[in-house]
Design a protein around this ligand. Structure first.
Ligand code: ACO
Length: 353
């Protein structure tokens, strides 16, 4: 018994923000962001919209694409690092919003690798006979992390307004990470199948010694109380990122794990038709291409349009590639991600005929 992807879908948040918009509220430029990251624009939800809302939207689209009724699902897996509330996670809301029955639901929080871990979990569930149909959804609303406060209306296009110097300075202090992220969600439906192909293998990795590369230091339960005004004043609720450290590890570990999963399946890099890689930075993708000896047709990118949507990147990219007709029967696809935790890994998939 194996598992195959039978549907995909995405949710597209309404507010499109370009690099030029960001340059109105901080010391940055379209040229800097494009050349260092590859990002040209990103999308944001309305306040009040959570990652569960995007997840439901993407999930319903994927179910429709698969021709499945939500009541036929046996498993719902959601991955997000931006849940609607501190607790519980979003999977209950998503299961209910999709109209699935009282099925098993997992909340995963492997950040950029969350969807990949979900793919592996769903495949393990389906191939072990625990269920027949699963949905895996990666969804993020990063807008809540962004420290833009009263400058949000300017970013969203309020004509003629300028950021006051204090807000401009604060936004600039957070520019290295804040320009990277966007909101978005993607979903895949997986079904148990005896047909040849489907998920062939996976390698998942975790290394806690790399957990300082990107993290949110405050608003956690090693503190009493877990949130207070001091943490907020110190911006401890916002991400802290070692961009260079992330870059170096991502460029090394993603190709390495791709080669490991290929070897596990008696395949080589030249067998791979598509590498659907986490979209954190175009320069990281260029490094992955170089290490694997391949090109942008094999390791495609959509970071220019979306920015980094963390758990959303893999299913959004895969859905777009399917829509463009670039995922063909018989192709060998490798999903690969690296991110906060640090968690990384690769899942190898043969598109069924
Ligand atoms: N606009 C203009 N200038 C900026 C900006 C900005 N948005 N951000 C930083 N700079 C400045 C810095 O202050 C620095 O200035 P200085 O030389 O005067 O000190 C200069 O640009 C160079 O900064 P670096 O940090 O050396 O720039 P680098 O080329 O390394 O790019 C970046 C930084 C884009 C963050 C890169 O390291 C990167 O993308 N790393 C990977 C990040 C990543 O993968 N993040 C997410 C993974 S985890 C997850 O997805 C949840």
């Amino acid at each position: 018994m194996g598992s195959v992807i039978t549907g995909s879908g995405i949710a597209v948040p309404p507010h499109l923000v370009t690099n030029h918009d960001l340059a109105r509220i901080m010391d940055t430029s379209d040229d800097w962001i494009r050349s260092r990251t590859g990002v040209a624009q990103r999308r944001f939800v309305e306040p009040g919209v959570g990652s569960s809302d995007l997840a439901i939207q993407a999930g319903l689209a994927a179910l429709a694409d698969a021709g499945l009724d939500p009541g036929e699902l046996d498993l719902v897996v959601t991955a997000t690092m931006t849940p609607d509330v501190q607790a519980p996670g979003i999977v209950g809301k998503v299961q209910h919003g999709l109209g699935a029955g009282a099925v098993a639901g997992f909340d995963l929080r492997q950040q950029c690798s969350g969807f990949l871990y979900g793919l592996d979990l769903a495949d393990a569930w389906l191939t072990s006979g625990r269920g027949k149909r699963a949905i895996v959804i990666g969804a993020e609303v990063h807008a809540g992390y962004l420290p833009w406060g009263e400058t949000w209306p300017i970013v969203l296009g309020a004509p003629g307004e300028k950021a006051d110097p204090e807000a401009y300075a604060r936004n600039t202090a957070h520019r290295a990470w804040s320009v990277l992220f966007g909101d978005g969600a993607g979903a895949m439906v997986l079904e148990a199948s005896d047909a040849p192909g489907g998920v062939l293998g996976s390698r998942l990795r975790t290394a806690g010694e790399l957990s300082d590369l990107i993290r949110v230091p405050g608003v956690g339960f090693s503190r009493r109380p877990y949130i207070d005004a001091e943490q907020l004043d110190d911006d401890d609720h916002l991400p802290v990122m070692d961009g260079g450290g992330l870059y170096k590890n991502a460029v090394r570990l993603m190709p390495e794990v791709v080669l490991e999963v290929l070897e596990q399946c008696d395949l080589t890099a030249s067998d791979v038709d598509l590498v659907v890689a986490h979209q954190a930075n175009e320069r990281i993708l260029a490094g992955v291409r170089k290490q694997l000896g391949t090109d942008a047709a094999t390791v495609p990118s959509n970071i220019a349009e979306w920015g980094n949507t963390t758990a959303g990147t893999l299913p959004i990219l895969f859905h777009e590639l399917r829509q463009e007709g670039r995922v063909e029967p018989g192709m060998l696809v490798c999903f690969v991600a690296f991110g906060a935790g640090a968690h990384w890994g690769a899942v190898l998939y043969r598109v069924p005929d």
